[in-house]
Design a protein around this ligand. Structure first.
Ligand code: G3I
Ligand code: 9MR
Ligand code: ZN
Length: 539
């Protein structure tokens, strides 16, 4: 049985860079028309170079100058013929599926066949939650399940919504086609991405305590069984204590949402902004911060984060961008002067990058030119670093070998997000090309020849750690869900048993028990939507 090349199994855009890999030594290759066998391209890969992250000899093939849309085969002597698509719309279906995944993660409502296809389930988690340490209960229905579990975590939710709303703001043409959703068409001209985010934002508004602080999460005390459908998870719900990272993230995302929904819904906009400013006031009243640790009785996900400087920076930046109030501008400047956080990182732990994006795209006339220039230079310096990393990597990945960890696909996509913003700031198409290479990695150009998105590619993940997918008895996975990806941390029993000794980028297995490699989450899908939105248009 011949091995396969490693290529983007979904497709390549006609005018963008097109590279694939084979393992081992230099290899002559042809691109042939799938129907006729006509050779349309001949080339030779680079010599096989040792690639530290994958442990392989990586040889790169480049057919970027083949621009004619069509269906082809990558033909070589040593490897199987790989089916190749070149088309302007090759990421359209993927983009829609990545966004539709959020509907499948909805909590508190029945998912019905017209929108969910066969992957339906009953309404779930509609009982009130006990506020930890009190005898009070609160209704927190709605929102998205976080991941393969049914918890709802404020920090994770804020980042996921930020990616989606920013994707819409940068690329509205990528969101004009209905998914559809139950809400499609309910507001003249409102795209489904805003309906979907509204579902999460209404939940997030419920996560704010009367003093403005944000509860860190609402979950059961323990994870339910892996085969339990959402509507069958009847364990008691508990709201974990308020934290300053959750509160800072809540302030930021509600201020961002107020800006986005302003043209659509004045009442919702003011609800979001009032709550954002109330959350900010709570942050001012708690300058020392309130870190989160799971109370002893609660064993679900923690999203622990000792530093809330980045959350304060993000919140001040979004509040300033939305309101123009100088108090927020002063707070943002103080955060930068105080330092102690990374202003270019994205993802759930470090949110400083979202603050920088907010400031870079605030009305220039309102910003401090020196501060803006400082943040812009930091951002472009990081883009150059990721660009150099990708050029060194055997597969074009903008991740160092020692940066593979739990959710490495998120980190790779976060780096692609930074590169795409840099391509705008610096008007440099090279960053856009390198960002696209990260999508090639995600969709199959990697040492495992794995497409990390359910339902897409010749070799997609089929068994994510995702409770409804285990419990529903349906063989086929919900399409459009992004796996966490390679993680050498051996954080679960299955990984320890099957992945010990593997190089970082090969530390992955498509198995439902391997939650530290193969879970799915809202904030692994959201950066994927952000990135694909730069490469699709339905206008
Ligand atoms: O911050 C340190 C960093 O300093 C260090 O260099 C690095 C070395 O690997 O570790 C970093 O901490 C990691 C942390 O994520 C931040 O990246 C921890 O090792 C790692 O265990 C931790 O994993 C998190 C995991 O929960 C366990 O807490 C994942 O990021 C996070 O995505 C995952 O989230 C879970 C939820 O708890 C529950 N729902 C599913 C979701 C996805 O699996
Ligand atoms: O299903 C849980 C997943 O969402 C979390 O990311 C992971 C780490 O917190 O824990 C999973 O739950 C497992 C638990 O940690 C250990 N017993 C088996 C559970 C199901 O795999
Ligand atoms: Zn639910």
């Amino acid at each position: 049985m011949k091995k396969w090349p490693e290529w983007n199994q979904v497709g390549y855009l006609p005018t963008e860079r097109k590279r694939f890999n084979v393992q081992g030594s230099e290899e002559r290759f042809e691109i042939v028309e799938a129907k006729t066998g006509t050779v349309v391209w001949r080339g030779t890969t680079s010599p096989g170079l040792t690639d530290k992250a994958s442990g392989e000899q990586a040889a790169k093939g480049d057919f970027s100058d083949l621009r004619e849309p069509g269906t082809y085969l990558i033909h070589t002597a040593r490897f199987e013929d790989a089916e190749l698509t070149i088309a302007d719309d090759c990421y359209h279906e993927l983009h829609q599926a990545l966004l539709r995944a959020f509907y499948y993660l909805r909590c508190g409502m029945e998912l019905t066949e017209p929108f969910a296809g066969p992957w339906t389930h009953g309404a779930c988690h509609r009982r009130q939650a006990l506020i930890y340490g009190t005898d009070e209960y609160r209704e927190v229905n709605g929102g998205w399940h976080d991941a393969g579990d049914y918890g709802k975590y404020t920090v994770a939710a804020a980042v996921a919504v930020a990616d989606l709303l920013l994707a819409y703001e940068f690329n509205p043409a990528a969101f004009v086609r209905p998914l559809p959703l139950p809400e499609t068409g309910s507001v003249q001209g409102m795209p489904d991405v805003l309906h979907e985010c509204r579902y999460e934002l209404e939940f997030l508004l419920k996560m704010q305590a009367s003093d403005g602080g944000a509860f860190h999460k609402v979950t059961t005390y323990n994870f339910c069984g892996l085969d339990v459908m959402p509507e069958d998870d009847r364990l008691p719900l508990v709201l974990s204590p308020v934290s300053s990272t959750a509160t800072g993230d809540l302030a930021a995302i509600l201020a961002l949402a107020a800006r986005i929904y302003e043209p659509w819904d004045a009442d919702f906009t003011s609800r979001c902004l009032d709550a954002a400013e109330s959350a900010w006031s709570w942050m001012l009243r708690h300058p020392e911060g309130v870190p989160f640790h799971n109370p002893p009785e609660i064993k679900t996900g923690e999203y622990g984060d000792k530093c809330d400087r980045d959350e304060r920076f993000w919140a001040a930046a979004e509040l300033f961008r939305t309101t123009g109030k100088e108090d927020y501008h002063d707070a943002l400047k103080q955060a930068v002067e105080g330092g102690g956080f990374d202003r270019c990182e994205l993802g759930w732990v470090e949110v400083g990058g979202y603050g920088t994006i907010a400031y870079l795209f605030t009305d220039r006339l309102k910003t401090d030119a020196h501060l803006r220039s400082k943040l812009r230079e930091e951002w472009l310096k990081r883009a150059r670093r990721y660009q150099e990393t990708a050029e060194r990597d055997g597969y074009g990945v903008a991740l160092e070998p020692d940066e593979y960890k739990w959710g490495s696909n998120m980190t790779i996509l976060n780096h692609a997000q930074l590169l795409l913003i840099a391509s705008i700031e610096a008007s440099d198409a090279l960053y856009r090309q390198t960002a696209l290479e990260q999508l090639h990695y995600l969709l199959g150009r990697n040492v495992l020849g794995q497409s990390y998105v359910t339902g897409f590619g010749k070799n997609p993940i089929r068994h994510p750690h995702y409770r409804p997918g285990v419990g529903d008895g349906i063989e086929e996975a919900v399409p459009g869900m992004v796996s966490g990806g390679a993680n050498p941390g051996l954080h679960d029993d299955y990984a320890r048993e099957h992945l010990t000794g593997r190089p970082p980028a090969a530390s992955f297995v498509d198995h439902e028990l391997c939650y530290s490699c193969n879970e799915i989450t809202i904030y692994w899908n959201s950066p994927a939507v952000f990135v694909t939105s730069f490469f699709v248009s339905f206008a």
